[in-house]
Design a protein around this ligand. Structure first.
Ligand SMILES: [Zn+2]
Ligand SMILES: [Zn+2]
Length: 217
């Protein structure tokens, strides 16, 4: 049994779409699917993976735009945190208002993930951490020594909180209480940009790290 993942940076905001899978069973889940469904499908077909579901870290357009196409091709279900339902249903209006771009109709959620839930992937248990701040329903997915951090924590940065439902106080609390309590060698795979680790961010993150400007209370 071995856990693996594939990263595809997709769409105009280069959002990381991850495929997490177990090598011998080929069981897989997709974490975030921002655009370019064909590239994600190519990665899946090359490895002959069996996708159980699409899970997103939050419902901004750059993490969900490929969901409809993937769901249609793969016949799998799509899960979100319930607190992002409003962002999902008003995706077109929000994207037009905040970014001035037109996007197609949003996908419909088939089910929800909540704090403390587990997703089974080829014998591994992926746990759901609710980490509000970037959006009300932002979540991170944690398995073994890997954390999919969405737009909550980036390498040397954190997610914006000026969008609908964003809250700077909450994002700092989510990172300090739920992410920085994970082992320092936890490999962090963010929603945009390069990978990092919990230890590196605790030490060096200019916002939430040891000497970060938002760490002072
Ligand atoms: Zn976002
Ligand atoms: Zn994003």
């Amino acid at each position: 049994m071995a856990l693996k993942y594939v990263t595809n940076a997709v769409g105009m905001l280069l959002s990381n779409s991850y495929i997490l899978y177990e090598e011998s069973s080929k069981e897989a889940i997709i974490i975030d699917a921002g655009d370019d469904a064909w590239r994600i499908l190519e990665s899946i077909h090359e490895r002959r993976l069996k996708v159980k579901g699409i899970y997103v870290t939050h419902c901004h357009f750059d993490h969900v735009l490929a969901v409809n196409d993937l769901r249609e091709s793969l016949g799998c279900e799509f899960y979100i945190h319930p607190s992002d339902l409003e962002i999902l249903t008003s995706l077109r209006e929000h994207t037009r208002m905040f970014l001035g771009i037109e996007v197609p109709d949003p996908p419909k959620a088939d089910g929800y993930v909540n704090e403390g839930d587990f997703i089974e992937v080829g014998g591994y248990r992926v746990s759901v951490l609710h980490t509000p701040g970037h959006s009300p329903g932002s979540v991170c997915y944690h398995v073994e020594n890997i954390l999919f951090s969405g737009d909550t924590l980036f390498r040397a940065s954190i997610g914006r909180t000026d969008g609908p439902g964003g809250d700077p106080r909450k994002i700092v609390e989510s990172i300090h209480k739920k992410l920085f309590t994970l082992p320092e060698d936890t490999h962090v795979l963010p929603g945009h940009g390069p990978a990092t680790s919990i230890g590196y961010e605790k030490e060096h993150n200019p916002f939430v790290g040891r000497n970060g400007i938002m760490s002072r209370t």
